[in-house]
Write a protein that binds this ligand. Structure first.
Ligand code: GLN
Length: 301
């Protein structure tokens, strides 16, 4: 196909879009412009590489402008296109939920491994897992999809987040495998709360852990667009851990595994909270890709 005079190619549209984003202070301007363009055109990487010299379809122009304008204003590219990949699956994200982060995949991986080790591998029945503050459902849906024999419960304080998590569970084929609960931290699951949930074997959570005063200093994408409820961990950022550690003894029985994501520099304090709340055979840390102690794991063998 020959290019009409004045009509840019897809590649040219990408380059000029990226230049606009860079001008607006977007760090990953090339990658983001590419994601937006592929989303706009509804094509994958293969077609993109094959067709970059084709003309940019004129009827897409208004939509292209509006996608770029949102990203220029600081809306994270995942909210603009409405999805983020996590553990090999595409999760819908809206501004009601935190965008799942790659380091949280390491928490999913650690829980899958521990579940197999302590409760038998695939085909042997499995643990009851509770994901507190499920947000998009990244952790709960991943665990349910990877281990169909596990029983997965997902909770969140936010009803809007739960609606997103439920859609993700349904779209990713585990709609009838994840049980959803609305409420604060462990409150719905305490003995006597009347929730009729089974005893929890594995308690996983990536709770809000940013100290309140630090929120203003976050990148604008995070500060202005990700839900405050998913970020703000109170004065020292440790409130959710403190509260959950305090609630552990109120569960029907103590989980055999607690696996929590923490902020940089919080691992020792969170381990201390867990050690004073219960007796464990082992409490250890899992590092993220940057070498930071990112996940605290406490187990009883
Ligand atoms: N559990 C979700 C995730 O890991 C949401 C976490 C949160 O909102 N703090 O992505």
């Amino acid at each position: 196909m020959s290019t009409e005079r004045g009509t840019p190619t897809l590649r040219e549209a990408w380059r000029s879009g990226a230049a606009r984003l860079r001008q607006a202070g977007v760090e990953e301007a090339d990658a983001d412009a590419e994601l937006l363009l592929l989303y706009l055109l509804g094509i994958g990487k293969t077609e993109w590489l094959r067709d970059m010299r084709e003309p940019f379809p004129h009827h897409h122009l208004a939509r292209w402008e509006s996608l770029l304008a949102k990203r220029e204003k600081g809306v994270p590219v995942q909210y603009v296109i409405g999805d983020q990949h996590f553990y090999g699956r595409a999760f819908e994200v809206t501004e009601a939920v935190l965008i799942p982060r790659p380091e949280t995949e390491l928490l999913a991986e650690a829980v899958l491994r521990l579940g197999d080790e302590l409760f038998g591998g695939p085909g042997e029945g499995g643990p009851v897992v509770l994901d507190v503050g499920t947000g998009s459902g990244a952790l709960s849906v991943t665990l349910a999809a990877e281990r169909p024999e596990w029983r997965v419960i997902a909770s969140d304080l936010s009803k809007d987040a739960l609606a997103v998590a439920k859609r993700n569970a349904a779209n990713l084929g585990v709609g009838d495998k994840v049980t959803f609960a609305q409420g604060d931290l462990l409150t719905p699951f305490l003995a006597g709360a009347g929730g009729d949930y089974p005893a929890i074997d594995i308690l996983v959570s990536n709770p809000p852990y940013i100290p309140s005063a630090d929120i203003e200093e976050l990148q604008r994408e995070v500060r202005d667009h990700e839900p405050r409820l998913a970020l703000d961990g109170g004065e020292d950022g440790l409130n959710p851990y403190r509260a959950m550690a305090g609630q552990l003894s109120g569960l029907e029985r103590l989980p055999r595994v607690v696996a929590w994501e923490v902020g940089a520099g919080q691992a020792e304090d969170v381990a201390g909270l867990l050690r004073s709340a219960a007796k464990w055979d082992d409490v250890y840390f899992v590092k993220d890709y940057a070498g930071i102690d990112r996940h605290v794991i406490a187990i009883r063998k």
